[in-house]
Design a protein around this ligand. Structure first.
Ligand code: FES
Length: 62
């Protein structure tokens, strides 16, 4: 995963920002949205955001 790749272009949220939110304890889309705002504007990135969250949670919890 490229940490500086932008996932949510509305807010410029990167993979790394989502990973940071997950490492800080967020596990669900809602929790990551609270911390980063990802996917809260147009919603087009929601599937991608969800995928990144799942990957990061798996990494974190293994
Ligand atoms: S690209 Fe993420 S809310 Fe628009």
């Amino acid at each position: 995963m490229e940490l500086d790749e932008v996932v949510c272009s509305c807010l410029g949220v990167t993979n790394g920002m989502i990973k940071e939110a997950v490492d800080a304890g967020a596990s669900t889309l809602e929790e990551v949205q609270e911390k980063t705002g990802a996917g809260t504007v147009c919603g087009a990135c929601l599937d991608d955001v969800q995928n990144v969250i799942e990957q990061c949670v798996t990494e974190r919890d293994k």
